[in-house]
Design a protein around this ligand. Sequence first.
Ligand SMILES: [Zn+2]
Length: 257
Amino acid sequence: MIDHIAEKIREADLVLIGLGEELDVFNSCKTDLPSYTANEWGESSWMLPFADKVIVDELAEEKRQCYVDLAACLGNKNYFIVTLCQDGMIHTGSLKEERIVEPCGGYEKLQCSKACSADLYELPENLMGQVKAFLKKDSQIPVPKEPLCPKCGSSLVFNSVNASCYVEEGYLEKWMDYKKWLQGTVNKKVCLLELGVGMKYPSVIRWPFEKIVFFNQKAELFRVHTRLYQMSEEIKGRGQGIKQSPEEFLKELSNAF
Ligand SMILES: [Zn+2]
């Protein structure tokens, strides 16, 4: 099976990759995160998402290999990657930045919590170090101050789908590039690979991927997931569902290149 998929990737004119929740450090490790409540943290509760980032950063190292494996499979192919992951690990490998879109945002940039403008902000330089020290109860390091919007004074939060007013400008330009790239897939041999994509945001990857395969007779979809690997009736015969963890699958697939 793995050799068959590797062959399909080699033969394809274009390769479209969808990465989902199963690969996201934040989702897969959520149960391991400390169960703090906003109450216990009192005035410092703004820090909770930043504390999450500390933990995500520590756990993320393990996921790095997936992206090394993925890059090995894609080589110099003409590809595009849509990812629902928010852990930012996709940027650690050698994948082409201009071919990655992250519609859910993540922990890279900050935005105004009230979305008073579409501006995105870098994390203040010492903030993560201070949050880490705070978590370790290290009193030598100053207590972190909540970052505030320079325009309206509201809190700054991570530019992700978790924000109550998500500033989507963070990914829209890349999304337009993706749409343009998709136009070029018409009548081409397209290999679609869906890795760990569940039902959290089906309209971003799962459904559109099925639609592409439905309309393009030369397209083929391989759907890898530990539970939700089933293929819809309409596209049976042009692809396959594979019950496997995306990490394991990528490891095996990269060995075929
Ligand atoms: Zn603001």
